[in-house]
Design a protein around this ligand. Structure first.
Ligand code: C2O
Ligand code: CU
Length: 513
């Protein structure tokens, strides 16, 4: 099942192959100045929304001629582990009519199958990815949600590559360095493409393999009213022997929070957004997963059935039964939800966190050293021009994409961001390329270090988070309710001196949101 390593795993960490789009055909850094459209640039330029030349926002001067192009940023922040297998991944975007188990048929767009090829790899493996587009006219990309890839592989049309159009292909080699639950999706017209089904799951096990006896990946996605958990819209049943250890990887690929229940057993939350966490034993707690977020739950299979499902479809979901024919209880959703701010406990001594260095730096800054960069982002709903047409927009600091000032950082900076939601809707904020440590939610400080890559900033809430700028590039930071993103709520974390040859629009019709 696991093919032997092809010679030179390191060589795979660059863009491969002929007929590649995206990393060729660069028009040079000057493309940033093109047109009156004024996409944000890495070095602090931001257009002022009037169609004039971009202003020199941070006084660092004009286009650095020695700028680093996003296409040259191919080394991820994690050190590679011992090399494992090369895993060939074919992602062929296509329109597909899918007959769901209920008998309902949906007109989906997929990467080859419902919920994508489910990628299941180990630390040390290299994904040898080939992205093609069979017949999705708007084009596609592949973004690795939550996974700390190098910027060149971030898959954002118009920022890190051009959209892959029908007949084109893109190849990339991505080293797997960090275990956890992730997912991937198109980042070209995402509010259409992701919603229609251009997504899949990525599970990275430790190099030694899965840690539980039964490991189930449960993305929830709603296709015009049909709630699909995994690949089914009806109640599925699976026999699990009592005493076996079970891990459920709950993933929300929708636009709004999804409330899961795991009923019939006490459990622990083992990971949030791919980072291991420790909790006490929880029971009768709902699990609210932000749009784009992931919660891993572990438990020992009891002698009684365990029912897993979401509040938006209580008839469906999954029943784990100790033996065939066990009666399955009705799904009820607990009134109290698991709260990552209060329910984490310190990790046992000796456990290693991928964020240990960042934790130390952040704690030093909190203790008085101060942060290198601080920024407050005001989230509102305001009438604005979006893509030239008047709309009731979702804004950051009163502006819409691509006219929002980027947060400009240098490699090594420790950055504090404050998200202030002044509206009446939840905004699942998602910074690319970096997890953030939550410092406070409305002043409540997490009981143990809490690292997330997707977090629900609820109506009226203020989230203070910190990140370690260890992954140079131009990174989107946006609302993962992709309808909100399409209506403006997209900003960037931009490293000084990084430039992009790609542009919004252009011949590939790049439109990341
Ligand atoms: Cu899940 Cu910008 O993406
Ligand atoms: Cu939003």
């Amino acid at each position: 099942r696991r093919p032997a390593l092809a010679a030179g795993a390191a060589a795979a960490a660059v863009v491969l192959g002929a007929g590649v789009v995206g990393f060729l055909g660069s028009t040079g850094a000057g493309a940033l100045e093109g047109g009156g459209f004024g996409p944000v640039a890495a070095h602090g330029h931001a257009a002022d929304g009037t169609g004039s030349e971009p202003s020199d926002a941070d006084g660092t001067g004009s286009e650095p001629s020695d700028g680093l192009s996003v296409t040259s940023l191919t080394t991820a922040p994690d050190a590679p582990g011992a090399p494992g297998a090369t895993v060939e991944v074919e992602l062929a975007a296509q329109r597909q009519s899918i007959d769901l188990p209920s008998g309902r048929s949906i007109a989906a767009w997929t990467f080859g199958e419902l919920a994508g090829p489910a990628l299941d790899v180990r630390v040390g493996d290299t994904l040898a990815v080939r992205v093609t587009d069979l017949d999705v006219a708007a084009g596609v990309t592949v973004h690795w949600h939550g996974y700390p890839v190098a910027n060149a592989f971030d898959g954002v049309a118009g920022v890190t590559q051009d959209a892959v159009l029908p007949g084109e292909e893109l190849r990339a080699g991505i080293p797997m360095t960090r275990p956890g639950t992730y997912w991937y999706h198109t980042h070209q017209r995402g509010s259409q493409g992701v919603v229609r089904g251009l997504y899949g799951t990525l599970v990275v096990h430790p190099a030694s393999g899965p840690t539980e006896d039964v490991d189930l990946v449960l993305p929830v996605h709603t296709f015009s009213g049909a709630v699909v958990l995994g690949t089914s819209d009806v109640l599925e049943t699976r026999t699990v022997a009592p005493g076996q250890s079970v891990r459920l990887r709950l993933i929300n690929t929708d636009q709004a929070p999804q409330t899961f229940a795991v009923q019939g057993t006490p459990f622990r939350v083992a990971a949030l957004d791919g980072t291991d966490v420790t909790t006490g034993i929880l029971q009768d707690r709902a699990l609210v997963v932000p749009a784009g977020g992931r919660i891993d739950v572990v438990f020992g299979m009891p002698d009684e059935p365990v029912r897993v499902g979401v509040a938006s479809d209580r008839g469906g979901g999954l029943a784990l039964v100790p033996s065939a024919g066990s009666a399955v209880p009705t799904l009820t959703i607990p009134e109290t939800a698991f709260d990552p701010v209060t329910d984490l406990v310190a990790a046992p001594a000796g456990s290693d966190s991928p964020h240990a260095d960042a934790d130390a730096a952040i704690e030093a800054d909190l203790a008085g050293a101060g942060f290198d960069v601080e920024r407050t982002l005001l989230l509102d709903r305001l009438p604005r021009l979006v893509q030239g047409a008047p709309n009731y927009a979702y804004t950051v600091d009163g502006r819409v994409y691509p006219f929002i000032e980027p947060t400009v950082v240098s490699e090594g900076d420790v950055v504090r961001l404050r998200f202030v939601n002044r509206g009446f809707e939840t905004h699942p904020m998602h910074p690319h390329g970096h997890a953030v440590r939550v410092l406070a939610v409305d002043g409540r400080v997490p009981a143990a270090p809490l690292w997330l890559d997707t977090f629900d900033v609820g109506p009226g809430e203020v989230w203070e988070v910190a990140l370690d700028a260890d992954n140079p590039g131009i990174w989107m930071d946006h609302c993962h309710n992709l309808e909100h993103a399409a209506l403006g709520m997209v900003t960037h974390l931009a490293y000084r001196g990084v430039t992009t040859p790609f542009e919004h629009g252009g011949p590939a019709g790049n439109a990341p949101e």
